[in-house]
Design a protein around this ligand. Sequence first.
Ligand SMILES: Cc1ncc(C[n+]2csc(CCOP(=O)(O)OP(=O)(O)O)c2C)c(N)n1
Length: 331
Amino acid sequence: MKNPQLLRSMVRIRCVEEVIANVYADEVRSRRLKMRTAVHFATGQEATAVGVCAALRTEDVVYSSHRCHAHYLAKGGDLAAMVAELYGRETGCASGRGGSVHLVDEAAGFGGSAAILGEMISVATGAAWAFAREQSPRVAVTFFGDGASEEGVFHESLNFAALHRLPVVYVCENNQYSLSSPVAARQPSGTSISGRARGYGIPAARIDGNDVTAVHSAAVTAADHCRTGNGPYLLELDTYRWREHVGPSWDSQPSGRSQAEVQSWVERCPIRRATDLLRVADPAVGEQVAVWEEEFQAETYSAIAAAKAAPYPRVEDLLVGAYGEQSKYID
Ligand SMILES: Cc1ncc(C[n+]2csc(CCOP(=O)(O)OP(=O)(O)O)c2C)c(N)n1
């Protein structure tokens, strides 16, 4: 571990999500919920987003699904616009129409997220097809969960991308569960998501997704492979979410995951691991992390204050951007 920027980016994502989770829980408790959106936190999974996005260029495009805050932030998405989106304001990145599962920041190369499982796998494949036809060196990347890999569109997309040698990196965050259903209850034993990609002739690597350095170097290999015209690549990153599937609470027994299992993954925290590695060269790294935490918490609280002061969309404008003829996204 040599790169403090990877650690800094993970700390930022953790801080942003923790502040949002705490504020969300307070709003629910006080029956004054202003953040009227579902929230799927990626606490514990930061190394996947950071390791992959650090291997990309701004012009490469990332797509994601419902658990998208970390991917958006790691690709450089605007924090204030994300928070305003959670509060449903006109200043949000989707003009307050989409909530937390519909983040987008085209300038940063974050092409969008959507909660229909597998949907963005096909959209990323289409973007890669455009890049290939334009002979552009851009790469498309799509993050999705182990559950989404069971959608038919995953197979159709991989087949098509392999056939046309498209520059797309498929990133499966295998956090071992789809809601409360473990992978072992859904996929045949002795198989893997990376193995399925190889079945289509796509090179694939299965990596410890809580090791940011390993993720980053695998993502560099994958992006280079795509950029140099060799077709798609798949990364299967083993990780774990600490919080409940959707919402701000810590996970507990009713979700089907034991406290002992959750705790064993908390002990494999990607941030603690990266901090420990950096401490070898820089004994003061712990103090540096504390300074960053203060900075990022303040940044998030100020984004929340700005969002709450921003206007809601006007009722007469609610169809703008929603496939209507007034859409500002469709000519
Ligand atoms: C096509 C479709 N089917 C079902 C759902 C309901 N659903 C939302 S999230 C989810 C679990 C997703 O699991 P996974 O893809 O592993 O991602 P994770 O939540 O673990 O990050 C399901 C079944 C959906 N959004 N879309």
